[in-house]
Design a protein around this ligand. Structure first.
Ligand code: PEP
Ligand code: MG
Length: 590
């Protein structure tokens, strides 16, 4: 039995067998000459691989047919089947094997590469899109020929705990939710996008475990504690019994958290509204049950990540309309804040994002949208059209300066004119805001207010950019300090200016769901805390036991430090204060 500690990333407990995941790495291929007379055998190897892949795709398609909402993903894989069976491609790969006597793996690579180059040169967008399909077919064929580990996409057949070096957001969203009990990764942090997805899916997750993939074997039992941030490998009987007891206590505690009162009501009747963060692709039907009063962050880029490409206007419109209609069930004045495409950084889509030396400082988010206005316009059209069906607010991610707001406003006006000309209905007063996640925007929030109806603070990025510490790199996790004095000053400034100018202000970074830090942002004057739905009952319960006067005291405490205290020291002082007010905090957080 071995227990390893990492970062407590998504709360919850899980016990089950390990599925060791090895990602979609480049598959190593060696080229060699096939001996004379063996070309036929080699060609049969290729044919067997085609049959294997064909079978896999067909079973994938039938699984997707059952669980798919719109059939779009089914179409993607049907397209893959057509490419796999394409007679010209098959003939070319066969020719390479038989005439040039290269092995099947090398022939697949060369044959597909030839097609890839031809498609990439074409003017037709349809064919350029097919390049990614070719990549996928190539990987599947090579996996079959080389025996390289299968991708787990839909191959999980029983519930398990995924142990991986790291996972990308697109890998994570494709895993079948019902088969994943938990995640444990070597790398990552509490605010990497995989972490956020795990929270959204309500799956316990521990990241930053170092070398966990080398310590476990596939199939071995592990106990995963996402609240404490530990994994126990091959536990003895007593550890299993203790863990089962803990799971039962946690279940009871969870039940007690839900008391049916409006989320975010303070002890003295005041309130801090609690909203939910939503990832498209992760079901949102339980938000009402969790107490969400609206959706404070709809991460639209997951429509891209789920499909591996840009969704067309209709697909986007349908998704935005659905969530706008759903939020009407949450509260009478509920709204959904759709965030415009926030791609780049660690959210990459093959064929759309490009490799950059510093992706978090590169052409991401609003910068990407302004650099490809066709994509931007398509998204704005879809959002505006959906705004006729419910309360939608739109916010732009990673705003650094007023120029971006001005340029975006021009595109918005042009799009509205287009819709007017076509007689399409939309909400003319749809509020538009900026995410504050870059220190330049934080310090310049007063000027930005001229262009914004509201603000939402993305603390995941704001802390990263303020501390110059990559949010997904466990090596610098110690510098990623939400209570660093500089972060506190920035937060005080942003929220103070927003309150003064009467601009609604929310916090939608994960820190909103931290019982110590989220409550601190509430004490600074935040109107809305938006978080993964699984954390709403907990934060709500804590707020219900505090008054506005308590919050003022808490704020004064946090801002009283100016004698060179460190972020962790301030965090500790805040924790002590909170424990004084809520002595059973640890039990609530189980
Ligand atoms: C943030 O940066 O806090 C945020 C909410 O955006 P994301 O985590 O998606 O980058
Ligand atoms: Mg962000």
């Amino acid at each position: 039995m071995l227990t390893i500690s990492g970062l407590a990333t998504a709360r919850g407990l899980a016990s089950g067998p390990v599925f060791l995941y090895r990602g979609d790495d480049e598959i190593p291929v060696t080229e060699y000459v096939v001996p004379v007379g063996r070309e036929g055998d080699e060609f049969m190897r290729y044919k067997r691989a085609v049959n294997d892949v064909g079978r896999d795709l067909e079973s994938l398609i039938s699984v997707l047919r059952e669980r798919s909402n719109n059939g779009e993903d089914v179409k993607v894989f049907e397209g893959h089947l057509m490419i796999l069976e394409d007679p010209i491609l098959k003939k070319e790969i066969g020719r390479l094997i038989v005439e040039t006597r290269v092995n099947a793996e090398a022939a697949v690579k060369k044959g597909i590469d030839k097609f890839r180059r031809q498609f990439a040169r074409m003017n037709d967008e349809y064919f350029r899109e097919r390049v990614r399909d070719l990549d996928d077919i190539e990987r599947r064929l090579l996996r079959s020929l080389t025996g390289f580990t299968k991708s787990p996409r839909l191959d999980l057949t029983s519930p398990c705990i995924i142990v991986a070096d790291d996972l990308t957001p697109s890998e994570t969203v494709q895993l079948p939710r019902e088969m994943v009990l938990g995640f444990a990764t070597n790398g990552g942090s509490t605010t990497s996008h995989v972490a956020l997805l795990a929270r959204a899916m309500g799956i316990p997750c521990v990241t930053g475990l170092g070398f966990v993939t080398q310590k476990v074997k596939a199939g071995v039992q592990v106990l995963l504690d996402g609240t404490a941030g530990t994994i126990t490998i091959d536990p003895d009987e007593k550890a299993v019994r203790d863990f089962e007891l803990l799971m039962r206590r946690a279940q009871d505690a969870e039940e007690q958290l839900k008391d049916g009162l409006p989320a975010g009501t303070l002890k003295d009747g005041g309130e801090v509204k609690i909203f939910a963060n939503v990832h498209p692709g992760v079901p949102f039907g339980a938000l009402k049950d969790m107490g969400a009063r609206g959706v404070g962050l709809y991460r639209s880029e997951y429509l891209w990540l789920n499909d591996g490409k840009e969704p067309d206007e209709e697909t986007q419109f349908e998704a935005y309309r659905k969530i706008a209609e759903y939020v009407k069930n949450l509260s009478p004045d509920a709204h959904v804040t759709i965030r415009a495409l926030d791609i780049g950084g660690d959210k990459t889509v093959r064929g759309i994002t490009v490799k950059e030396a510093n992706p978090f400082l590169g052409n991401r988010s609003i910068r990407y949208l302004l650099s490809d206005k066709r994509v931007f316009r398509r998204q704005l059209r879809a959002i505006l059209r959906a705004s006729a069906f419910g309360n939608i607010k739109l916010m732009y991610p990673m705003i650094s300066c007023v120029e971006e707001m001005r340029e975006a406003a021009v595109v918005m006006e042009e799009t509205k004119l287009e819709l007017d000309a076509a007689g399409i209905a939309y909400d003319r007063n749809m509020p538009v805001g900026a995410m504050i996640e870059v220190p330049a925007a934080a310090l310049n929030v007063r000027a930005l207010a001229k262009y914004c109806d509201f603000f939402s603070i993305g603390t995941n990025d704001l802390v990263q950019y303020t501390m110059a510490a990559d949010r997904s790199n466990e090596e610098v996790a110690h510098l990623y300090q939400p209570t660093h004095p500089a972060v506190l000053r920035l937060m005080e400034h942003i929220i103070g200016v927003a309150n003064e100018l009467k601009k609604p202000i929310s916090v939608c970074g994960e820190s909103a769901s931290d019982p110590i830090v989220g409550i601190l942002w509430a004490s600074f004057g935040t109107d809305i805390l938006s978080m993964s739905a699984t954390y709403i009952p907990l934060i709500s319960k804590i707020l219900r036991r505090l008054t506005r006067a308590d919050l003022d005291e808490y704020k004064n405490l946090a801002l009283s430090f100016d004698g060179g205290e460190t972020g962790p020291e301030i965090m500790e002082a805040c924790r002590r204060w909170m424990n004084g007010k809520i002595p059973d905090l640890d039990d609530l957080m189980l």
